[in-house]
Design a protein around this ligand. Structure first.
Ligand SMILES: Cc1cc2nc3c(=O)[nH]c(=O)nc-3n(C[C@H](O)[C@H](O)[C@H](O)COP(=O)(O)OP(=O)(O)OC[C@H]3O[C@@H](n4cnc5c(N)ncnc54)[C@H](O)[C@@H]3O)c2cc1C
Length: 311
């Protein structure tokens, strides 16, 4: 119930305006977000890479309704990639970028798909020049077909373009089977949006079973699985399955969100696994933060405690 309410809140314009205008403590946002500026993103990326993590950086923002805003987001990614390259952080894909298709135009009323395709191609070109890659985040279920279409089209020119499959969707095992070709970079996550029972598994147990099924398909395939979860049980299953199918440590990676289970991230990295941290930055943190609160009541308590300690 609480999760549904928070997910509804994450999509509400009124709640967004109200909460973003509230003087939230810096601590709450800073726990999950690198900061508001490109400098903040570079500083935290540098620290994470020095700590043996890989990084994927997300410039916060989604559901862009204006072509100029979509072009602005694209510019920011291109600038970021140039700076990562200058700082020596993007070589060999150590720091890459994650892009939400609706942030670069997919949801525009006119020519959305074409605009997103052109903008992502610009970002992917900048990533290639910086020696790294792009992963397209997956958003709510209405965006799946257009996003997978973008991936298919763009992979002709950018075969290392990553995509995301969400295990809460009933279709996901089939999508995974279609994405197991050599070099195919696929992030598997549970899914952070609201979706009707007609398209999504209703219970956590079913979502977890679907995750394990999708993970098996990806690990048995020829692509590059990126296993994005904080779930200790699924991480254990991943390690076992990777061993059974004879995967080398550099042929797949674990991914976790910045600020969540840092000790587990360190443990996996120390054990020789590749661990990539998803690092958001920017001032448009509202939707991202509320989705994190929806995932875990303890995060909500942290948020409320920080608010009350300020007032
Ligand atoms: C790198 C990355 C990229 C993502 N990209 C996308 C995307 O493109 N599209 C999308 O829809 N979603 C994305 N997500 C979000 C994802 O879909 C889930 O909503 C989110 O990861 C929570 O799911 P979980 O697998 O951690 O499992 P949950 O069911 O939320 O948690 C499982 C268990 O993990 C542990 N755990 C979780 N959180 C914490 C915590 N804060 N502290 C301690 N233990 C904790 C607990 O033991 C918990 O029981 C991404 C997630 C990651 C990690």
């Amino acid at each position: 119930m609480l999760r549904q309410a928070l997910l509804a809140l994450s999509a509400s314009k009124q709640a967004r305006d109200l909460i973003m205008a509230t003087p939230l403590t810096r601590d709450v946002v800073a726990r999950f977000v690198a900061g508001e500026t490109t400098d903040d993103a570079l500083r935290v990326t540098d620290r994470l890479i020095s700590d043996a993590r890989l990084v994927t950086i997300d410039f916060l923002g989604e559901d862009t309704t204006d072509p100029e805003q979509a072009a602005g987001v694209t510019e920011e990614y291109v600038r970021l990639l140039g700076r990562l390259s200058d700082a020596g952080l993007s070589a060999r894909g150590r720091a890459e970028v994650s892009v939400k298709p609706t942030a670069v135009g997919l949801g525009l009323a006119e020519h959305g798909e074409k605009t997103a395709l052109e903008n992502i191609a610009r970002i992917a070109t900048a990533a290639r020049n910086a020696g790294t890659t792009v992963t397209l985040d997956m958003e709510d279920h209405s965006r799946i077909e257009p996003t997978l279409k973008l991936v298919r089209e763009l992979r002709d020119d950018f075969p290392d373009l990553g995509c995301v499959i969400q295990s809460y969707l009933r279709r996901s095992a089939d999508d995974c089977r279609a994405l197991t070709a050599s070099g195919s970079r696929v992030r598997l996550c549970k899914g952070a949006y609201q979706a009707p029972d007609s398209v999504a598994w209703a219970s956590r147990a079913e979502v977890d079973r679907s995750y394990a099924r999708c993970m098996r398909i990806l690990l048995e395939g020829h692509g590059y699985p990126m296993l994005a979860t904080h779930d200790p049980r699924l991480i254990r299953i991943a390690a076992t399955k990777a061993g059974v199918v004879g995967r080398d440590a550099d042929s797949f990676e674990y991914q976790m969100l910045y600020g969540i289970r840092p000790a587990e991230q360190a443990r996996l990295a120390a054990a020789g696994a590749q661990v990539r941290v998803y690092l958001p930055y920017g001032s448009d943190w509202y939707g991202y933060l509320v989705r994190r609160l929806a995932e875990r009541p303890a995060n909500l308590m942290f948020f409320l405690r920080a608010l009350s300690s300020r007032h």
